[in-house]
Structure formats: structure tokens, C-alpha cells
Design a protein around this ligand. Structure first.
Ligand SMILES: [Zn+2]
Length: 201
């Protein structure tokens, strides 16, 4: 019995420490939430819902800055207009995130080519716009790229072959993304977009 009592305080201390660690982590994460306010969103919503605009793909990048209060705000962005289903763009500003649109797609999902480009990029993630909706993807720190791309592509191919519903496309691809520690969140038209960034440059 006495022995057990001496073990107890030790385990308590240990618990305390881990809790503290977790708490610190949560605080840091909260600090690094970048936002795209509804005002700025209207521009991107228009790009993917306007009759004429939505005929072409758009792509670009977002640059966020930390203000004195530690809030991460959208500082600037650039936009490149592309063709109907493809676009090429080069980074010209110090940015954290890229974005592009899928005007011709029926469902808001990243293609395998998108995922390949995202993983070969220095950016922390990507926002995909379609019909006013936004899908935010933040990549994991470490990933087995080849293994992931193979699995993602196989799943996309399988979903296409079996004529899966939009719901299944989203559900099954999100499952793979989350399995590989991607952060994924969808934002409805006009709503503030929140992005958990690792760092702001
Ligand atoms: Zn794409």
C-alpha cells in the first residue's frame, strides 16, 4: 500500500506536465489562425459565381501579416486568369497560401495534379474555390508523398469508375487527406475563412 502512495504523486506531476504542454500548444495554434474576412471573400466568391468570370480558372496567392496585437490579417494577394480548365502561375510575393478555382468541376475536391503541385510547393496549403464555396487545405509537416499520391489517385479513379455521388467523393477523399494529417475545412459562400497557419512570413 505504501509503495502505491509514493507512485501517485509522481504520476500526478507527469499528468500536470503533459496537460501544460497541450495547453501551450493550443494557445499557439489559436494565435496562428489567419482569416480572410467576408469583405475580401466577396471578390473570390464573385470570381467563381459571376456568369462571365466563372468560365475561366483563376489562381493566385495570399500574403498574411501579423499585426501588433498578434492577429493574422490578409495583407495582399495576386490573381492570375487562366483558361477553362487549366492555369499556370508563378509566385511573385512572399505568401503563405495559394488558391485556385475549379469552375468546370461538379464537386469541390482537389485533383491528383493539384495535390502533387501542393506537395511540391513551399506553401503551407491551398484554398480551392468553386461556386462561391471555399475548401481550405493545410498540408502536414511530414508526409510520404509517393504513397499518399498513389492512394489519392487510386481512390479518385475508383470513385469516377463507379460513378460515385458528390457526397461520396468528398467523404472518401477527405478520409484519405485526414489520414495523412492534412487539415481540411469547407467554408460556405460569404463566410469568414479561417486557416491554421504554421508560420507567417
Ligand atoms: Zn485544381
Amino acid at each position: 500500500m505504501k509503495k502505491r502512495i509514493t507512485i501517485k504523486p509522481k504520476s500526478k506531476r507527469y499528468k500536470k506536465r503533459t496537460r501544460l504542454k497541450g495547453f501551450k500548444k493550443r494557445v499557439n495554434k489559436k494565435k496562428n489562425i489567419a482569416t480572410i474576412p467576408p469583405k475580401a471573400r466577396r471578390i473570390f466568391d464573385a470570381m467563381t459565381t459571376d456568369k462571365e468570370m466563372k468560365k475561366q480558372e483563376v489562381a493566385g496567392e495570399f500574403d498574411f501579416e501579423k499585426d501588433k496585437q498578434g492577429k493574422i490579417k490578409l495583407q495582399k494577394w495576386n490573381t492570375t486568369l487562366g483558361g477553362e480548365d487549366e492555369i499556370e502561375f508563378e509566385s511573385t510575393i512572399d505568401s503563405e497560401l495559394d488558391f485556385h478555382s475549379h469552375p468546370e468541376s461538379d464537386v469541390l475536391i482537389f485533383s491528383t495534379t493539384d495535390m502533387d503541385a501542393i506537395l511540391n510547393d513551399k506553401q503551407q496549403g491551398e484554398i480551392l474555390f468553386r461556386m462561391g464555396e471555399a475548401l481550405v487545405l493545410v498540408r502536414p509537416k511530414k508526409i510520404n508523398k509517393e504513397k499518399f499520391l498513389k492512394e489519392y489517385d487510386k481512390k479518385l479513379w475508383e470513385l469516377n469508375t463507379r460513378n460515385a455521388s458528390r457526397k461520396d467523393f468528398v467523404k472518401e477523399l477527405s478520409f484519405i487527406l485526414k489520414k495523412y494529417s492534412f487539415k481540411l475545412q469547407k467554408f460556405k459562400k460569404g463566410k469568414e475563412i479561417k486557416i491554421p497557419l504554421r508560420r507567417v512570413v
